[in-house]
Design a protein around this ligand. Structure first.
Ligand SMILES: [Zn+2]
Length: 199
């Protein structure tokens, strides 16, 4: 199981960690990481793992682990860019460092999709957040007014609202189903509380 440090602090750029496993596909599992794995519509992080001798293993993508039957595990798998010698073994100490410019773009696009969600009344049935663009699908007929949406988002951004991290209990979320605007994807559960982002 990989301790996901980004949940408590999205602005962490690097951490020290220990290699706990190497996957058959050539991925690296750490005991803790700042790399966000592909999920919830958001792309996985890229960056580097610095080996004990200071050399860098380039990481192209990050994924959630899978067991032999393909079910998700609590591991986070760092996927090296092709064509490199791995140069790591279980037990090695590394520094895990994300490509911050790329991640910050993902964060800004992600938060902007929440602003868009707030402006458009219809429920969401799909989303994709990449370093170059973000896309939200709304369950609706007809068209939206692009210029009006652009102006409304620009107004919210200019107001510079604080973005804060919080938590809500599963029971409180069940009692307030309108907090979830996505139709197909529910927030991750299992610990009794769900992480919230308030703008
Ligand atoms: Zn979100």
């Amino acid at each position: 199981m990989t301790h996901d440090l980004f949940r408590a602090d999205s602005y962490l750029r690097e951490c020290s960690a220990t290699v706990t496993a190497l996957t058959p596909e050539g991925g690296v599992v750490l005991d803790r990481t700042v790399f966000y794995p592909l999920g919830g519509g958001q792309a996985g992080d890229a960056g580097v793992l610095l080996r004990p001798d200071g050399t860098a293993l380039a990481i192209a993508d990050t994924r959630k682990g899978k067991d032999a039957e393909g079910r998700p595990t609590a591991d986070i798998v760092h996927v090296p860019s092709p064509g490199q010698a791995l140069g790591l073994a279980v037990g090695d100490a590394v520094t895990a460092r994300i490509d911050w410019e790329r991640r910050h773009r993902l964060m800004r696009f992600h938060t902007t999709t929440h602003l868009l969600c707030h402006i458009v009344a219809q429920p969401v049935n799909g989303c994709s957040i990449t370093p170059d663009y973000a896309r939200l699908d709304f369950h609706m007929d007809g068209a939206l007014d692009k210029d009006a949406l652009t102006a409304a988002i620009a107004r919210l951004v200019a107001q510079d609202h604080a973005v804060t991290i919080g938590a809500i209990s599963d029971a409180a979320l069940d009692a307030n189903p309108q907090l979830v605007k996505s139709m197909s994807v529910q927030p991750p559960r299992g610990t009794g509380t769900v992480r919230t982002v308030r703008v």
